[in-house]
Design a binder for this molecule. Structure first.
Ligand code: SF4
Ligand code: SF4
Length: 337
């Protein structure tokens, strides 16, 4: 069955970039050192910033990110600190290199999911996008994590360069032992915005190819989540910036509620004296309440190419908030973000 997962008023998602450094140089990397810095947070600061969300943590999911978060030598200690503080769920997003022996310094009880990024069903396409050797290393990392008893998931970021291999993932994914599969739309930020080498797929491709592959993977009992992207005229629009609690935290202290704003100094919050502190206008918060016929304001500002207009100049479709997801699963369970 397919359902649209709206923002949950009860869920808080903390996307915690504990460093920006990475061993890879993916062609679509969204990290922008000019905006996000090159720093690595100390364990003391990670713990202090996790504590800053103390009131929310029983409903908060924390996702440790980088850069490559396993390059942080204290990642296991940071994960266990989040567990001790009572965070609802803990995920590590990794490129699969699993530095510092992290899966042997953590136990499956410490972390809810280790999520691996793979962007091609073949070595050729994945390594074209993510770098030589990354395909074999990622799959070896998945295998090692599954063998250690960790729950694992996988993220596939779709662009015009790898969309043709997405159907092959329906054959590969069920062999890996992973529990969830996420399909992500290419974000026009970071390297993608600067190089303009990679492009999002068309509406027709997105609405046909992505659900087809998702259905095939879900048939194996693996839930699949992917962004909605295009809204028909009668579907409701909502901006996560106004109705959901998502925080994208960077090591230079910037905190965004909208990932599309991350290439700009538009962050609505910052960490000051280890506290989440609202910033004065003008920032992303001032954009969230603007109502436009195209839907997402940031999409209209950053990537107008995905909006078609009729002869009267009206948008044929609207662009959904990038944080609204479709979820396809074999059996009905509770909706989640
Ligand atoms: S693995 Fe992630 S952080 Fe590293 S270069 Fe690739 S997209 Fe960027
Ligand atoms: S992606 Fe668009 S709709 Fe979603 S939070 Fe950002 S501005 Fe709002």
């Amino acid at each position: 069955m397919r359902e649209t997962v709206l923002f949950s008023e009860d869920a808080v998602n903390i996307f915690f970039h504990i460093l920006t450094r990475c061993n890879l140089s993916c062609r679509h990397c969204y990290i922008n050192p000019a905006q996000h810095g090159r720093g690595m947070l100390s364990l003391d600061t990670i713990e202090a910033w996790l504590s800053a969300f103390a009131d929310l943590r029983s409903t908060a999911n924390v996702i440790f990110l980088g850069g490559e978060p396993t390059l942080h030598p204290k990642l296991p200690e940071a994960v266990r600190a989040a567990r001790r503080m009572g965070y609802h769920s803990i995920t590590i997003d990794t490129n699969g290199y699993l530095f510092h022996d992290c899966i042997h310094r953590l136990s499956p009880a410490d972390v809810d999911f280790i999520s691996f990024s793979l962007d091609g069903a073949t070595q050729e396409i994945n390594d074209t996008l993510r770098g030589k050797g990354s395909y074999d290393t990622c799959l070896a990392g998945v295998k090692a994590a599954v063998a250690r008893g960790f729950h694992t998931s996988m993220i596939y970021t779709v662009s015009d360069t790898n969309v043709h291999e997405l159907p092959l993932m329906a054959d590969l994914v069920p062999t890996l032992g992973i529990k969830r599969f996420f399909i992500q739309v290419l974000g026009i930020r970071g390297n993608t915005a600067q190089s303009k080498e990679l492009h999002q797929v068309t509406k027709e491709t997105w609405e046909k190819d992505i659900p087809e592959t998702a259905e095939r993977i879900a048939a194996h009992g693996i839930p699949v989540t992917f962004p909605k992207v295009f809204l028909s005229p009668d579907e409701p629009f909502a901006c996560a910036g106004t109705v959901a609690d998502n925080y994208f935290i960077f090591p230079n202290g910037r905190v965004y509620k909208c990932p599309l704003c991350e290439d700009y100094p538009l962050h609505g919050y910052e960490m000051c004296d280890n506290q989440l502190t609202p910033r004065p206008p003008v920032n992303e918060t001032d954009l969230f309440n603007l109502t436009i016929p195209e839907g997402c304001v940031m999409n209209k500002l950053l990537q107008q190419d995905n909006i078609d207009y009729d002869e009267a100049g009206k948008p044929v479709n609207r662009i959904s908030c990038c944080l609204i997801k479709n979820e396809i699963k074999a059996q009905e369970t509770e909706p989640r973000l």
